[in-house]
Design a protein around this ligand. Structure first.
Ligand SMILES: [Zn+2]
Length: 261
C-alpha cells in the first residue's frame, strides 16, 4: 500500500530541501568563483554544523567544544589558510566566536576593501588537544595571519604557503627575515583586534587575551590603532616563554571569553 505524507509535512519538506539546495547552489557558485577545491566545499557543507549554539567546556588549555561549527573556508575578503588543516578538522570554532570573526571581516570589507585576510587554526570539532598548540581546546582560540605590506602596499605573496606559514620568520621590527622590504602591517592588526572586541561585546563576549611576539608590542602600540589598543582594556601578553614567543611572529593568537556580569 502506498503511503503519502500529510500535506503540511510535504510542504515543509519541500521548503526545507529547496532551502538546502539553494544554499548548496550558492556555495557551488562561489566555489567556482573563488577557485576553491571541491573536496573542501563538500567538507564544509557536511560539517558546518546546525543552528544549535556551541558550548565551551573547561579552559583553552584543557577543554572541550560541544556543537562546534566549522568556520567557512572562504568569503569575499578572507580565506582559511590551509586546505589540509581544514580537511583534518582543525577549523572548528564556537558559534559565537565564529559570528564575531565573520562580522569583523564584514566590517573590514567596508573599511579595507583592498585587503584579504587569512584565518589560521582554530580547534578540533569536539575540542581537546590539538598538537602542537598548547591551547585552542574549547573553540574560543583563533590564530590570525599577520597582514603584510611591501613598500607600504598590501602584500599577499607569502599568504598561500598553508601550514608552512607558521614557520616564516620576522625580525624584532616585524620585517620578513628573507626580504626586509616585506613587513607586518601592525596598524591593521590593531584595528582588527579592536573590531573583534567591539563585535564580541555586542554579544556578551570580549577578547580576553592577545598573544603576539613580545618584541612586536612597541611597533604595534606605536601605530594609529595600536595607540587605541594600548589604551583599551584588552590584555596583550607581557611575557612568553622563548619558544612560544618565537612562534608568534607571523600570526596573532586571540582568546575570547564571555563577559561575566
Ligand atoms: Zn594559537
Amino acid at each position: 500500500m502506498k503511503r503519502t505524507l500529510p500535506p503540511i509535512v510535504s510542504v515543509f519538506l519541500f521548503a526545507y530541501c529547496n532551502a538546502q539546495s539553494d544554499e548548496a547552489k550558492t556555495i557551488e557558485k562561489q566555489r567556482v568563483e573563488y577557485n576553491i577545491n571541491q573536496e573542501v566545499s563538500a567538507y564544509y557543507l557536511k560539517n558546518k554544523g546546525d543552528d544549535t549554539p556551541s558550548i565551551s567546556q573547561g579552559t583553552v588549555s584543557n577543554g572541550r567544544l560541544i556543537n562546534g561549527k566549522l568556520f567557512p573556508f572562504y568569503g569575499p575578503n578572507y580565506t582559511y589558510f590551509d586546505e589540509k588543516s581544514y580537511l583534518a578538522g582543525r577549523g572548528f570554532i564556537h558559534s559565537s566566536i565564529r559570528d564575531i570573526v565573520l562580522e569583523s571581516y564584514l566590517q573590514l570589507e567596508i573599511s579595507q576593501p583592498n585587503r584579504h585576510f587569512y584565518i589560521m587554526e582554530c580547534a578540533n570539532q569536539h575540542g581537546g588537544k590539538i598538537y602542537p598548540h598548547r591551547t585552542h581546546q574549547n573553540g574560543t582560540s583563533v590564530d590570525f595571519m599577520m597582514p603584510k605590506l611591501q613598500n607600504g602596499k598590501p602584500y599577499t605573496d607569502l599568504d598561500q604557503l598553508g601550514s608552512d606559514h607558521y614557520w616564516l620568520t620576522f625580525d624584532d621590527n616585524g620585517k620578513y627575515a628573507k626580504d626586509p622590504s616585506i613587513e607586518i602591517d601592525f596598524n591593521l592588526i590593531a584595528k582588527h583586534i579592536l573590531l573583534l572586541n567591539e563585535q564580541a561585546k555586542e554579544i556578551g563576549y570580549k577578547v580576553s587575551k592577545v598573544i603576539i611576539k613580545i618584541e612586536f608590542k612597541d611597533e604595534l602600540f606605536a601605530t594609529e590603532y595600536g595607540k587605541k589598543l594600548k589604551e583599551s582594556e584588552i590584555y596583550v601578553v607581557r611575557n612568553l616563554s622563548p619558544l612560544i614567543n618565537s612562534l608568534h611572529d607571523e600570526h596573532y593568537h586571540l582568546d575570547f571569553a564571555p563577559i561575566h556580569k
